[in-house]
Design a protein around this ligand. Structure first.
Ligand SMILES: Nc1ncnc2c1ncn2[C@@H]1O[C@H](COP(=O)(O)OP(=O)(O)OP(=O)(O)O)[C@@H](O)[C@H]1O
Ligand SMILES: Cc1ncc(COP(=O)(O)O)c(N)n1
Length: 536
């Protein structure tokens, strides 16, 4: 994720939320037939962030990127019937409330909310559309104030914040923060203060909580030069609702929602929707996933009748490699790395040491993949391996950022050196087929460990587990997908080589599996970092 955010956060506690991997999120809002704001933006956001989206429509708005043409408010009974249809049948984990429009609609939603309050309620007090057009009646402002206390989080933009407090709109970030704090204190509700409307070249945001003296979270990043910011407010508030229901952690939810939205704004110009203030790209991270799925399908078709690639017993060459390394996996599964990471009992120093070694390892693994890419006999394999090499380089850069605070120079441990020397030598000078077999365990065991961690520590949240973020990153389907494709490659290659080379592939795979096991065990065995004394 490209961001120059400078977050400063402290733990922020509130009523307990039971995290759910796929939260059921209801949006109560108006519509936008051009898909950039309101219900349509909310449903895209919920799906993009892994939730299950539902919608109850408050108003049918004929609008586009240039402005609002007309608003039709369905009879109140229709809104009540929609809300009841959802709550009579579905457990709602989070609700996001957007455009309400009028006093009777506010009262209707308030009544339903009082009787059916889900664990997460985010209220975006929508008043005016970016492109112009009032979305809240003038006489509804005080009714809106009267429902703020029912929310866990309120997300006004600066003009809305001013209306809610009945003061002049803030023109500086300090003033905005002070108004946000005043709203939080008056209504005893968290407030997401958004600086998108401030003049200047930065867009600061902050999460303020009742009675606090400093924000629970604050970040700022350069303004992205685009006019396509239609629906950013709807999108941000919904993203926080989904993530809060998913993690139970408001600070983390705001931070992640913000970074994700930033990327959606960054890629907004790709969409080319409308001639005014266009929408943001809610599906920005899915495009890559679909590319990979299409590529996997192409690779799988390329291997004809032996295309079975499931981890089950499919009779493939890679399956036989896997079966022959069951002892290694058993050691990994029972070893201190997986068990202490899953329990959260791994000492932080050991974890940091593991990350530092991983960084050193990935630098060389990236080179190993690049060497194979250069030597690849076919275009599709070159693309796959080069993409893997680039992914490792990106991962290395991210690890550098994570480890920036550990400062001291870290040297490769004996195991890390042994593993990387083996990979570099094998991928550079052995038969290409042997090289691809040597790099497979890193893909495959990584994805497999992700599954083990997800099973041993299901649904962990940042609030209750020190390594929650790491565990969920490990079980990312992206890794399973990459491992699958690496298997397809090795199976394909194995069919075209002699039994002798197949045997060498088998030996290389086995050796790399053993080194993987040692690599995970090593930081736990050593119990701490392997560093060069500073100044050497
Ligand atoms: N040009 C931009 N570059 C980067 N971030 C932006 C930009 N415009 C808006 N944002 C971000 O989008 C979010 C919504 O901000 P904003 O203050 O505009 O709220 P809003 O007015 O409710 O949104 P909307 O435009 O949908 O009504 C904030 O996190 C803000 O930082
Ligand atoms: C139904 C609906 N809800 C909210 C907004 C605000 O979004 P924006 O200010 O980006 O136009 C909107 N335009 N339409």
């Amino acid at each position: 994720m490209t961001t120059t955010d400078t977050p400063c956060s402290r733990p922020e506690t509130g009523p307990a939320i039971t995290p759910r991997r796929v939260p059921r999120v209801l949006s109560i809002a108006g519509t936008d037939p051009t898909g950039g704001a309101g219900q349509q933006a909310d449903l895209k956001t919920i799906t993009a962030l892994g939730g299950y989206g539902m919608s109850a429509i408050t108003a049918v708005v004929a609008q586009n990127t240039r402005g609002v043409h007309s608003i039709h408010v369905p009879p109140l009974e229709v809104l009540t019937a929609q809300l009841d249809a959802v709550s009579d049948d579905v457990t709602v984990d989070a609700v996001k409330i957007g455009m309400l429009g009028s006093v009777p609609v506010i009262h209707t939603v308030k009544k339903w909310l009082t009787a059916n309050r889900p664990p997460v309620v985010v209220l975006d007090p929508v008043m005016i559309a970016t492109a112009g057009g009032r979305l809240l009646d003038d006489d509804a402002e005080s009714a809106m104030r009267d429902m703020l206390h029912l929310a866990d989080l309120v997300t006004p933009n600066l003009p809305e914040l001013a209306v809610l407090l009945d003061v002049e709109e803030a023109t500086s970030w300090m003033q905005a923060l002070s108004q946000g704090q005043q709203l939080a204190d008056t209504y005893q509700v968290r407030v997401l203060v958004k600086g998108g409307h401030l003049a200047g070249d930065h867009t600061p945001d902050a999460l303020v909580t009742p009675g606090a003296t400093t924000p629970a979270f604050q970040a700022s990043a350069p303004k992205i030069h685009t006019r396509n910011t239609h629906g950013t407010g709807c999108t941000l508030s919904t993203a926080v609702a989904v993530l809060a229901a998913r993690t139970g952690d408001w600070v983390a939810s705001v931070a992640v929602a913000r970074s994700w939205l930033r990327e959606a704004i960054q890629q907004a110009d790709l969409l080319d929707v409308g001639g005014g203030n266009g929408p943001v790209h809610h599906g920005h991270h899915l495009a890559d996933l679909v590319d990979r799925m299409v590529q996997t399908q192409a690779l799988t078709q390329g291997v004809g009748s032996d295309a079975a690639t499931d981890a089950g017993h499919d009779g493939s060459f890679t399956q036989s490699l896997w079966d022959q390394t069951v002892d290694v996996r058993d050691r990994i599964q029972k070893g201190a790395f997986v068990t202490s990471l899953a329990e959260g009992s791994m000492p932080h120093a050991v974890f940091l040491d593991y990350l530092a070694q991983d960084l050193l390892y990935l630098q060389d693994y990236s080179v190993a993949l690049a060497q194979l890419a250069v030597r690849a006999p076919e275009e599709q394999w070159r693309a796959f391996l080069a993409e893997g090499a680039a992914g490792c380089a990106r991962e290395t850069a991210q690890l550098h950022t994570t480890l920036v605070d550990t400062r001291a120079e870290v040297s490769a441990s004996r195991v890390t050196s042994e593993y990387t020397e083996f990979l570099l030598a094998t991928t550079q000078s052995r038969d290409w087929a042997v090289g691809v077999a040597a790099v497979l365990p890193c893909y495959w065991l990584y994805a497999w460990i992700g599954e083990q961690l997800a099973q041993q520590a299901p649904g962990v949240s940042a609030a209750e587990h020190p390594y929650a973020a790491w565990i969920s990153a490990y079980s990312d389907p992206v890794f399973t997908d990459a491992a699958q494709r690496a298997r397809v490659l090795v199976d394909h290659v194995a069919r075209g080589v002699s039994p002798q080379v197949q045997e060498q592939m088998r030996t290389a795979f086995h050796r790399a599996c053993e080194l993987e096991e040692q690599f995970f065990r090593d930081p736990c065995d050593r119990g701490g970092p392997s560093r060069e004394p500073s100044g050497t």
